[in-house]
Design a protein around this ligand. Sequence first.
Ligand SMILES: N[C@@H](CCC(=O)N[C@@H](CS)C(=O)NCC(=O)O)C(=O)O
Length: 263
Amino acid sequence: MLKAKRKKAAAKKAKAKNMKLFYSPIHGFIHKVLVVAHEAGVWDEIEFVPIYPMRDGYSVAAINPLHKVPTLALKDGTVLYGSQVIAEYLDARGKKKKLYPKNGPARWDALRRLALADTVFEVTVTMALEKGEVPMRESVFAWYWPKVVRALDQMEKDAARLKSFDVGQAATLHALSYLDRQLGKGLKPPVPVGYNWRDGRPKLTAWWNKALKRPSVTSHFNKDYVGPDTPEFAAAQVAEVLKAQGKTAASRDPQKVDYHYLG
Ligand SMILES: N[C@@H](CCC(=O)N[C@@H](CS)C(=O)NCC(=O)O)C(=O)O
């Protein structure tokens, strides 16, 4: 019995930290991939590596040609990028209840909501970046903001008939938390000053308030990152991935830009 217990503990230890997740731990942001990792039960297998992709010194370019986060590296040097791919991989790897329904209407609905939310996120990033451009193009806000409003209205309709928690909901948390962040900082017209997506959307608001209580959300939402987060730590982690691939790290990383927008 004791032997079996020890064997189980050793297997658990061997399994520990067999993936590295390069991501930007922005305070007040719900990360879809972290929610999925937690829900899938693979959280403890992940070594978290903070990367601030817009800051000088932080780079994943050597392992991800796009130099984007999230980037997931497996023990054998395999690298996955694109949050949708990473989310699906983590979900498939986990033994817990799946966030991707099996083929059929529920699956397509979850994937549609995933696309809806991820596009709201991307459009919000685009507007936030544009705010820092000189000259700033007003047309960017005029073009993208109506998409956000229509998507929020669709989310309100969707919220009325959501069933068990799925990847579409994880993505919606991600998008709305980022939207809150940028609305709080202020965007540009026609985005109204003080706009709150909760106003006039009671179902989405109720769903949001309930979803915030999930352990997969409380695991990181509104919490400061604790642990090493220097460029040196990140570079050492990238070097480990390269080593697993049989490569050596370049002496000077190609990403040497300090973008004026810091998330
Ligand atoms: N479609 C990608 C988007 C990821 C993305 O845009 N990440 C941003 C976070 S700030 C990034 O890494 N930007 C750095 C850059 O574009 O250079 C995904 O879903 O993973």
